[in-house]
Write a protein that binds this ligand. Structure first.
Ligand SMILES: Cc1cc2nc3c(=O)[nH]c(=O)nc-3n(C[C@H](O)[C@H](O)[C@H](O)COP(=O)(O)O)c2cc1C
Ligand SMILES: Cc1ncc(COP(=O)(O)O)c(C=O)c1O
Length: 249
């Protein structure tokens, strides 16, 4: 057997065409809100528009599913895949952490001068997907994206660990650098100028770092069911009113 680049034995190819898991067995028994999940027809895991309540009608169910992702100890339950479109119409995706979710929208923090920052300057719209596959669920949001206020950025910045603050200050996100050693030297230099990695001088908010809020115009809850006959409930803002539709899988 030949060896791969790191010396580990090469393993046989993965049979991607036949790689699949079936859904509809229900979410793990340690997870869930029995009352909510009972639904109109008494089926515990049959997502239904009656699960939507409150204002906006997507918020309560989103929070319930986020809590359940947390309870299920899935890794990074607030991770979401962010899709943006560049000035030439080319889409890009990457993962970011959701740091706020309320009636106003979905908040994340990043470099304003990064690739995604440039995309959002050219096309201030985005999608985010929470891929809670272990729970047989995903939630999508789409809408306009705005920068949060400098005060909101500052509030969040001072909740971050100092090491993460220093790295963000040192990193010109998405720009090339020659080597890992150069990156570490840059980070060490920034740390020294800010009173050291273990210092107690506050690290200033980098001018090119801050939050964005996606203002949902379309929200979709997806729940996996047997034989790919999944449940999809989509909410779309139409003339100031949330329209709710069930979509075919
Ligand atoms: C789980 C996870 C969470 C991440 N969270 C963030 C985040 O909240 N903000 C951020 O700027 N980058 C985050 N990243 C890094 C981004 O995925 C991405 O590499 C970086 O933001 C540069 O993206 P861009 O070049 O498309 O702008 C995260 C990566 C992973 C895997
Ligand atoms: C570069 C970068 N920025 C920001 C974040 C968001 O997380 P936090 O603000 O909790 O560090 C992450 C998380 O992985 C990240 O990799």
């Amino acid at each position: 057997m030949s060896e791969s680049i790191d010396g580990a034995p090469r393993r046989p190819g993965i049979d991607l065409p036949n790689m699949r898991v079936g859904y509809g067995g229900g979410i793990p028994p340690n997870v869930g809100d029995g009352d909510r999940a009972a639904g109109a027809d008494g089926v515990r895991d049959n997502l239904d528009p009656s699960w939507l309540r409150g204002d906006p009608p997507w918020l309560d169910l989103f929070e319930v599913w986020l809590h359940e992702a947390l309870d299920a100890r899935i890794p990074e339950p607030n991770a979401m895949v962010l899709g943006t479109v560049d000035a030439h119409g080319l889409p890009a995706t990457r993962t970011v952490l959701c740091k706020g979710a309320d009636a106003a929208g979905i908040v994340f923090f990043t470099g304003y001068d990064s690739d995604k920052g440039h995309d959002l300057a050219a096309n201030p719209v985005a999608s985010v997907t929470f891929p809670w596959i272990a729970l047989e669920r995903q939630v999508h949001f789409r809408g306009a994206v705005v920068r949060v206020s400098p005060e909101e950025t500052q509030d969040y910045w001072y909740k971050r660990p100092r090491g993460s603050q220093l790295s963000a200050l040192a990193s010109e996100q998405s720009r090339p650098i020659g080597s890992r050693a150069e990156l570490e030297a840059k980070a060490a230099d920034v740390a020294a100028r800010c009173g050291g990695i273990d210092g107690d001088t506050p690290v200033p908010v980098p001018p090119q770092w801050g939050g964005y809020r996606l203002e949902p115009a379309c929200v979709e809850f997806w729940q996996g069911r047997a034989n790919r006959l999944h449940n999809r409930i989509r909410l779309t803002m139409v003339d100031g009113v949330w329209e709710v539709l069930r979509l075919q899988p």
